[in-house]
Design a protein around this ligand. Structure first.
Ligand code: NAD
Ligand code: TYD
Length: 360
């Protein structure tokens, strides 16, 4: 049975990936989820898989090399899928240090532990071992020309402390591939949306605030463009890269779905109006009047857009979910998970670990 070590599996994309993988492979794989449970880690995201014999959660910090080495010693890890990171640009502007610690040093710890466990005496690596580093398109910087796209060959030009820390982590992974022929891939993905996303990011924040009749903050002129990808498509892309991709390669994963932030907000408001039942009192609250232009984000990148040509040509992956469908599914999920949102916004989700794992 193949064993996956997933870091950051209690976060947004990591938890969606774990659900995707356990649904697809059922009992054919085993998943070890290693997460520090920062404010962004929520074990309630994984309620559906807890108790399965082939799923194990371990609370650990990826910067703690002793703890990570012990995990490699205890389990014969075949695949690493490395999601764990500090992921929010606004937080990185306020407090860059933890971004460097987790995203750069934490990645180095993961690389060293995997290298140590997988390397043979002759300097080659055990058959079939693979490390996938999950990164972002933000490492490529900002596109000013509206016909330009990010390709795997686009030079790195990060602007925020977040993207600079992710770019640094990518460079470390590249250096391990180049220096040691360490068996890895890097994926650089565009903005994700979908179930379990923490409401500090644009889409869940707008859905949550609109349903409560709270202001919808728009940074700057609202015309910054992001390329939105449904999270399940990302999970599928990661799996396909590990299964079919060429080792040592980078693959960009993008939605081909560019939208200005203000367009996203209007789509969410319209979709909420359409989906809320006639008698639901929240219909009164959801209104364009909530849109509030606020001070721009410092160093705000204007446009991100990925051309996912390479992954399509080599691996056959493409973004399957149309935005109209993905946003409806996401809104429906939030309708059905009011308790999840309540726990997240009140902070109660952090008690879940204590209750479930009794401080183990
Ligand atoms: P997230 O913030 O929702 O989750 C991050 C997870 O990592 C949390 O569970 C957190 O507890 C854990 N974590 C943080 N620091 C840790 C540490 N020191 N040790 C162990 N665990 C730690 O993030 P996300 O949106 O799910 O993003 C996952 C990955 O995908 C990140 O590497 C991010 O850079 C990348 N990415 C995200 C997006 C996006 O749109 N969200 C797009 C492209 C790439
Ligand atoms: P975000 O979801 O934070 O992702 P990222 O910064 O990694 O792309 O933000 C998406 C876009 O939405 C970005 O251009 C900033 C903007 N934004 C707002 O206008 N208002 C908000 O409240 C937030 C959180 C983001």
């Amino acid at each position: 049975m193949r064993t996956y070590l997933v870091t950051g599996g209690a976060g947004f994309i990591g938890s969606n990936y774990i659900h995707y993988m356990l649904k697809k492979y059922q009992d054919e794989i085993r998943i070890i989820n290693v997460d520090k449970l920062t404010y962004a880690g929520n074990l309630e995201n994984l309620k559906g898989v807890e108790g399965r014999g082939n799923y194990t959660f371990i609370k650990a910090d990826i910067c703690d090399s002793g703890a990570i080495r012990r995990i490699f010693a205890e389990y014969d890890i075949d695949r690493v899928v490395h999601f764990a990171a500090e992921s929010h640009v606004d937080r990185s502007i306020r407090d860059p240090e933890v971004f460097v610690k987790t995203n750069v040093l934490g990645t180095l710890v993961m690389l060293n532990a995997a290298k140590e466990a997988w390397e043979l005496p002759d300097g080659t690596f055990k058959e079939g071992k693979k490390f996938l580093h999950v990164s972002t398109d933000e490492v490529y910087g900002s596109l000013e020309d509206e016909n330009a796209y990010f390709y795997e060959t686009t030079p790195y030009d990060p602007h925020s402390p977040y993207s600079a820390s992710k770019a640094s982590s990518d460079m470390l992974v590249k250096s391990y591939m180049d220096t040691y022929r360490f068996p890895a891939n890097i994926t650089n993905c565009s903005n994700n949306y979908g179930p379990y996303q923490f409401p500090e990011k644009l889409i869940p924040l707008i859905i949550h605030n609109a349903l409560q009749g709270r202001k919808l903050p728009v940074y700057g002129d609202g015309k910054n463009v992001r390329d939105w990808l449904y999270v399940e498509d990302h999970a599928k892309g990661i799996d396909m890269v590990q299964e079919k991709g060429r080792l040592f390669e980078t693959y960009n994963i993008g939605g081909h779905n560019e939208k200005q932030n203000i367009q996203i907000i209007h789509i969410i408001l319209d979709t909420l109006q359409e989906m809320l039942p006639e008698e639901d009192p929240r219909r009164e609250l959801v209104s364009e009047g909530l849109i509030t232009y606020v001070e721009d984000r410092k160093g705000h990148d204007r446009r991100y857009a990925i051309a996912p040509d390479k992954i399509k040509a080599e691996i056959g992956w493409y973004p399957e979910t149309k935005f109209e469908d993905g946003i409806r599914r996401t809104i429906q999920w939030f309708f059905e998970h009011e308790e999840w949102m309540k726990n997240v916004t009140s902070g109660d989700y952090q008690k879940y670990y204590e209750e479930m794992y009794c401080g183990k």
